[in-house]
Ligand binder design. Structure first.
Ligand SMILES: NC(=O)c1ccc[n+]([C@@H]2O[C@H](COP(=O)([O-])OP(=O)(O)OC[C@H]3O[C@@H](n4cnc5c(N)ncnc54)[C@H](OP(=O)(O)O)[C@@H]3O)[C@@H](O)[C@H]2O)c1
Ligand SMILES: *[C@@H]1O[C@H](CO)[C@@H](O)[C@H](O)[C@H]1NC(C)=O
Ligand SMILES: *[C@@H]1O[C@H](CO)[C@@H](O)[C@H](O)[C@H]1NC(C)=O
Length: 286
């Protein structure tokens, strides 16, 4: 196919997606909604908790650090949340994912949104051969997501609820310095991609939204990429809002920032450019 034809097809896609994803979000739809947000002590998860609070939802937040969760919960209440509770849990532990979901379902009397967002900390560096770290990260970033989903599905089916999975551009393409993380995000995209079809085929009224994010300016991400790249990072609060919107509108996928959509389109069609650009974005002194 010629370059021009590919370009034309992409332009048509862009206009179509802009039409399909035009903004019809009403914050009112989240008033009283029963929401569980993971990884809500910092970063994008914390910002999501604040938006759900402003929109008047009932929120359960979770992460490991109880003292930080307490502060986020207090702020949520002051912002207008109908109800806020926190529960600490370590998603590397086998029993914690289901325990946290049971807590949420018990305290809220059901569940409308399961927002899976937490990640374990992983070095931003060339892979050093540490298989154990990758195994641990798979548990935290991937297996715990499906453990929580499994525990929450009966409630979500009952309420016509939603699962929101926070993934990454690195769930669709590989770049240097994050092999274990990239593996966990590809696993999420693969697993929940299948689940999307199966829910539809079962006519289960549970929506599933996968979020493809580019670089976001959270403290942990900024600390990692410093010195490796000068790629622009986008604001965590805006990422949080786009995720919540997409979930409320029951969209299959959301891209933030917007150009990540084009990156996923272009990467397979123009692989030579993609590799060139990727390797030029990062600096490395052997
Ligand atoms: N920031 C980016 O550039 C970027 C880009 C693409 C995608 N994303 C995705 O966006 C999501 C949020 O990223 P972020 O940058 O906001 O992350 P973050 O600021 O590092 O926050 C991670 C959250 O997970 C919790 N957590 C860490 N280890 C845990 C464990 N073992 N068990 C339970 N909770 C744990 C942390 O709280 P505790 O320490 O208290 O447990 C924290 O609340 C992730 O899914 C990430 O992959 C981020
Ligand atoms: C599915 O759930 C949504 C949100 O709870 C609800 O608005 C919709 O009416 C439900 N659809 C069916 C077919 O039950
Ligand atoms: C980022 O920008 C600074 C200043 O322009 C430059 O010195 C540095 O080499 C750049 N780093 C990378 C990884 O491109």
């Amino acid at each position: 196919m010629t370059f021009l034809l590919k370009f034309l097809i992409m332009s048509v896609c862009a206009i179509l997606t802009a039409f399909i994803w035009r903004d019809t979000f009403e914050t009112e739809s989240l008033r009283g909604a029963r929401v569980l947000v993971t990884g809500a002590s910092t970063g994008i998860g914390e910002q999501m908790a604040y938006y759900y609070a402003r929109f008047g939802a009932q929120i359960i937040i979770t992460a490991r650090r109880e003292n930080v969760l307490l502060q986020v919960a207090e702020k949520c209440l002051s912002m207008g949340a109908q109800k806020v509770l926190y529960i600490s849990g370590d998603m590397a532990e086998q029993s914690d994912p289901a325990r946290v979901v049971r807590f949420a379902v018990d305290k809220l009397g059901g569940l409308d949104y399961l927002v899976l967002n937490h990640i374990g900390s992983s070095p931003f560096a060339m892979w050093d051969g540490d298989v154990e770290h990758t195994r641990w990260l798979l548990q935290v970033n991937f297996l715990s997501y499906i453990q929580m989903t499994s525990a929450a599905l009966p409630s979500l089916k009952q309420s016509g609820g939603s699962i929101i999975v926070v993934s990454s551009l690195l769930g669709k393409m590989s770049t240097p310095f994050a092999a274990p993380y990239t593996a966990t995000k590809f696993a999420l995209n693969g697993f929940f991609g299948t689940m999307y079809h199966e829910l539809a085929m079962q006519r289960a009224n549970v929506s599933l939204t996968i979020c493809t994010l580019g670089l976001i300016d959270t403290e942990s991400a900024m600390e990692k990429v410093r010195g490796y790249t000068n790629i622009t990072a986008y604001p965590a609060a805006e990422a949080a809002l786009q995720i919540i919107k997409a979930g409320a509108l029951r969209q299959r996928e959301v891209f933030y920032p917007w150009f990540t959509f084009y990156v996923t389109l272009i990467k397979d069609w123009f692989p030579f450019f993609t590799d060139l650009i990727i390797q030029n974005f990062y600096s490395y002194e052997p």
